[in-house]
Ligand binder design. Structure first.
Ligand code: ADP
Ligand code: MG
Length: 766
């Protein structure tokens, strides 16, 4: 269809003139396509006034309200004149203020703002002497500005689209611009990414008709139908993109790694020496992975499992199957602490099976080496050699594994632990280290609701471990009000009791040092952390960007900005506390040298250090079974999933765990809700759902780019679960039939748009 894409790409200034186009450009709307995809945020019903109680200071709003009163007066002190008006929804008032040099200008407003008249008012909400107010709002009065878009719609009693707008361009001007470009747009100029058969199956109208439904609805049913259609379209394009990505990798060759039959291999020897029986889930998932590895196509599997469900053993068994097949496996961890712990764990589990080349090694042994950025040059050289020569069957490491100097003799499997810290580039960089695409196993302990998994990990097959090994005593969780001295005292007394019983205690703080700037100050501190946490940062930066949440996103929270608790400060306080006399307090955070981190973890595991004050470095994967208490200070500053992870560090042995969340978040704030929810449930999947509801959609998808050309506009990953599942089914079927989408060029183009670089990042980060 020649010409049609050009039409959507037409610049707005040519069509609308620079004066109209300039403020639209400030909203990121440059082309016809941009404008048509700028969907109304909501729809006002003519005659129904906006509920003004939902209006908040600082927001740019458009409200329908009734004029109550308007008076002009001159200002003796400052000179000039002022008009003050009051509009109302019948319950709450909003005051409007206009200033002018001359009274005449204001009298024009006064003539329009007659009590009893209804209008649409738009502006940024301010507060003055406890009242909500709009200063110099833009407005249209019903019945007066009859030639105006909004007023005309009010007259016609149609739903009025309310667009995301700005001070420079009110919603009705956006509406008029939309109409200007939409009216002459012919159906064939509006390409339809969802193929006709799929549309028909789901009763969806064409893309062209859908635009009319959302932008120019005649009834409420119209825009509802239009929105559903847009959501389906988004879900479909995304799922098709994922299905295609999956198909592309699946079409690549991989070396089959079937292991060795019978009792001959290292895997068998390992199973023999395992001190516990595998859970049913571990066996089942192990079978799936074993089959994947035996096939000449690259495995692409996500293993998600509750905290403590025993993913490491599953991964190790997969690695051993590859070693048995003559290949090597790489285990990639997000932090140095976790990488060294993995090394320790694997060596411990393997015992003499990990002592290849040493005296007294088992017959079928291999070597496990560690590669991190901060190890000594000699250690690194030795590890590099072992990887390149093939002497090491298993290489454990951090981002350093991705370095250019790292070579493998025959890399057959890449295991990525705690995937949410790794982006697609890292995965691809590791893949590139093998002659043929290696098998890939991604592990995450962040439980993901099904449709989110479909949306974010749609290119991976998902295995889930739901049960935790028997014999775990579990964890009890309590919220401790930070302001109550008696409660805090009780907390530290309890810590003492646990230490006396031979147990270990974590104390987690949101900051490293009392001298650090308050990291929670930036509103997007958590997003920044997500966005950069895995993006090729050097090693050792485990917590350099603590994912600390702003004070209660969502609800207003007038708490005094007390500095957040810091590791060094808290460690000093605890060491000086009489109730903890004689207790060894250690400190762990990302700024310590690697050797020191390793040392303190070792001493904590061994019991020489009994209380470990740390940052969220211990969040993922750290496994010290003797640890029974997790105290989280300023707990409300952490995300739900993060708190769940922290809690998962205790109650791993036979002694019951205790998690104490210290917080002074006022009741009713999102922050308080997060903390309370965690205290109420230990079900990771439930928590993940609540977490999603509490966060904005963009955060869920790690998309600070929400608003960019390719972000999710309409789709809600939780609420639209059903629709996503349907779209996935259709998309998978379509891609299976026509992997190149040669019959569906519009869909292919839409996918390309989704899969621009920024998009790819989004797809691979949870
Ligand atoms: P996660 O899934 O959170 O990564 P880990 O792999 O660290 O969990 O396992 C947690 C602990 O449970 C480890 O100490 C591990 O040795 C132990 N474990 C794993 N599988 C079993 C099992 N089947 N029975 C008993 N303990 C197990
Ligand atoms: Mg783990």
């Amino acid at each position: 269809m020649p010409g049609s894409p050009r039409r959507l790409a037409d610049p707005l200034d040519r069509l609308l003139g620079p004066r109209t186009a300039a403020p639209l450009a400030k909203l990121g709307l440059h082309t016809v396509g941009d404008l048509l995809r700028h969907y109304p945020r909501r729809y006002a019903t003519p005659g129904r006034l906006t509920d003004l109680t939902s209006v908040a200071v600082g927001e740019h709003v458009t409200v329908m309200a009734e004029v109550r009163q308007a008076t002009v007066r001159t200002m003796r002190s400052r000179g000039g004149a002022m008009l003050q008006a009051r509009v109302s929804d019948g319950r709450r008032d909003l005051s409007l203020t206009f200033f002018a040099k001359r009274v005449g200008v204001l009298q024009n407003h006064e003539r329009k703002l007659v009590p009893g008249r209804v209008g649409l008012f738009t502006g940024t909400v301010g507060a003055y002497r406890g009242e909500l107010q709009l200063t110099h709002p833009d407005y249209v009065i019903v019945g007066l500005d009859a030639d105006d878009e909004a007023a005309a719609m009010v007259q016609a009693s149609r739903p009025i689209p309310i667009y995301p707008a700005s001070a420079a361009v009110p919603t009705w001007r956006i509406a008029r611009a939309v109409r200007t470009v939409l009216d002459p747009l012919l159906p064939e100029e509006m390409p339809d990414p969802v193929p006709a058969p799929v549309r028909a199956r789901h009763g969806l109208r064409s893309a062209h008709a859908t635009l009319h439904d959302v932008h120019l609805p005649v009834t409420d049913d119209d825009w509802r139908r239009g929105r559903r259609s847009l959501r389906f379209e988004e879900a479909f394009v995304l799922q098709a993109a994922l299905a295609r990505r999956r198909a592309l990798v699946a079409a690549q060759d991989a070396v089959a790694r079937p292991g060795v039959p019978g009792a001959a291999g290292i895997l068998h020897a390992f199973d023999e020496r395992l001190p516990f029986a595998l859970t049913a889930g571990q066996r089942e998932v192990g079978r799936q992975i074993s089959q994947d590895l035996a096939a000449p196509r690259p495995m692409q599997r996500l293993l998600q499992g509750e905290v403590g469900s025993g993913k490491t053993v599953v991964a190790l068994r997969a690695m051993l199957q590859v070693v048995d097949s003559g290949g090597q496996a790489a285990l990639l961890a997000p932090t140095e602490v976790l990488a060294s712990q993995h090394l320790r764990t694997l060596r411990l589990l393997l015992g003499e099976l990990a002592e290849e080349g040493m005296l007294g090694a088992a017959e079928r042994a291999t070597r496990v080496v560690l590669l991190t950025g901060s190890q000594s040059a000699a250690a690194r050289r030795e590890a590099l050699l072992a990887a390149a020569s093939g002497a090491a069957g298993i290489v454990v490491g951090t981002h350093a594994l991705l370095g250019e100097t790292v070579q493998f003799a025959d890399l057959g499997l890449v295991v990525v632990d705690e995937q949410h810290r790794f982006g697609v580039e890292q995965r691809d960089a590791l893949r590139a280290k093998a002659g043929t695409t290696p098998h890939l196993l991604v592990m995450t302990a962040t439980p993901i609701p099904r449709t989110v998994a479909m949306t974010v990990f749609g290119d991976l097959e998902v295995s889930t471990l739901t049960e935790v090994p028997a014999g775990r005593a579990g964890v009890t969780t309590h919220v401790v009000p930070a302001g109550k001295a008696a409660w805090l005292e009780r907390t530290w007394r309890r810590v003492r009791e646990e230490v006396d019983a031979g147990h270990r205690v974590y104390v987690v703080c949101p900051r490293i040092s009392a001298d650090d700037a308050d990291r929670a100050a930036g509103d997007d501190a958590d997003l920044v952390a997500e966005a950069t946490g895995g993006a090729g940062e050097p090693d050792g930066d485990d917590d350099s960007l603590l994912p600390v949440l702003p004070v209660s996103p969502g609800l207003p929270d007038d708490r005094e900005r007390r500095p957040l608790r810091a590791v060094d400060e808290v460690a000093a306080e605890l060491a000086a506390m009489p109730v903890l006399a004689g207790v060894e307090v250690g400190v762990l955070h990302g700024r310590l040298p690697a050797s020191e981190k390793e040392d303190v973890m070792n001493r904590f595991a061994a019991g020489q250090v009994q209380v470990l004050v740390s940052t969220t470095v211990v969040e993922v994967g750290v496994d010290v079974p003797a640890a029974t208490v997790m105290v989280v200070l300023d707990a409300d500053r952490f995300g739900l999933s993060q708190l769940h992870q922290l809690r998962g560090r205790v109650g791993r042995g036979s002694a019951p765990g205790l998690c104490l969340l210290v917080s002074d978040a006022p009741e009713g704030t999102d922050a308080a809700t997060r903390v309370r929810t965690l205290a109420e449930t230990t079900d990771g999947f439930r928590l993940a759902s609540v977490d999603l509801e509490l966060r904005r959609e963009g955060d869920v998808l790690g998309a600070s780019q929400s608003g960019g050309a390719s972000s999710l506009r309409m789709l809600r990953v939780v609420r639209d679960a059903e629709l996503i599942a349907q779209a996935r089914e259709d998309a998978v079927a379509l891609v299976a039939e026509d992997p190149d989408l040669s019959e569906w060029p519009v869909l292919r183009d839409a996918i390309e748009l989704w899969l621009d670089p920024q998009r790819e990042e989004f797809l691979d980060r949870s």
